[in-house]
Ligand binder design. Structure first.
Ligand code: ADP
Ligand code: MG
Length: 228
């Protein structure tokens, strides 16, 4: 089930440095991702994946072109406004789980809700719901070091979901996991997509990318393949 564009990238370029040292990391890229899509981005090292991910995730802005996230033109927002968009509209999952040590899974998942001044009981309720979605309701009181790698990454996925973001952006989410744990995390992402979440998955592994329903391949800062 697809609908409105969640991501709308129009002729985006990104240039690092100037003159002699100038690097064109993205060379005029256009891409539309609709609600409910499950997209994998692949490409060899240096092809521009991280640059694109930083722009999609509002961690950086394009040199030229426009980027609309959930209908909002983020190309020219201030750092402060970008931070707000990041917090509310995007759920990040990184290769390193980035959980806070000696802190329960539940508290880790609650963290992104603290900004809004949400009442503690409501934060707790939403965090429990997100942990249930990744199949970890019974591990809510466990701390990261009491969980397997796959479980820790599922907590990170729950944390990404808890704000009900327009987009879940996963950068090599299985890069640090063994085969069994990878399968666990990918099963969760698959299930989230079946329930209507929009997922963009950056990976260099073809078997991970195969979980997505659409594949974009980058070469030298350009899209050379876009298949469904
Ligand atoms: P990937 O993630 O696919 O490996 P990147 O987006 O990291 O590719 O890099 C794309 C190109 O931009 C590469 O040539 C890289 O060297 C260059 N690049 C990336 N970040 C910077 C930076 N901060 N300053 C200068 N060049 C950069
Ligand atoms: Mg990279």
């Amino acid at each position: 089930m697809t609908g409105q564009p969640v991501l709308d990238v129009r002729g985006v370029t990104k240039t690092y440095g100037m003159g002699e040292t100038e690097v064109q990391a993205l060379r005029g890229m256009s891409l539309t991702v609709r609600r409910g899509e499950y997209l994998a981005i692949m490409g060899s090292s240096g092809s521009g994946k991280s640059t694109l991910m930083n722009i999609l995730g509002c961690l950086d802005i394009p040199t030229s072109g426009r980027y609309l996230l959930d209908g909002v033109d983020v190309s020219r927002l201030t750092d402060r406004q970008l931070a707000l968009v990041r917090n509310r509209r995007i759920g990040f999952v990184f290769q390193a789980f980035n959980l806070i040590p000696r802190t329960s899974a539940l508290s880790n998942v609650e963290l992104p809700l603290a900004y809004a001044g949400m009442k503690a009981a409501e934060r707790r309720r939403r965090a429990m719901a997100a942990l249930s979605m990744v199949g970890l309701a019974d591990r809510a009181r466990h701390e990261p070091n009491q969980l397997s790698g796959g479980q820790q990454q599922r907590v990170a996925v729950a944390r990404a979901l808890v704000t009900a973001p327009a987009l879940v952006l996963a950068d090599e989410p299985t890069g640090n996991l063994d085969t069994h744990s990878s399968a666990e995390v990918l099963a969760v992402l698959d299930r989230l997509n079946r329930s209507g979440r929009t997922i963009v998955l950056i990976t260099h592994e073809a078997d991970v990318a195969a979980h997505a329903k659409r594949l974009i391949r980058l070469v030298d800062g350009q899209i050379v393949e876009d298949t469904r």
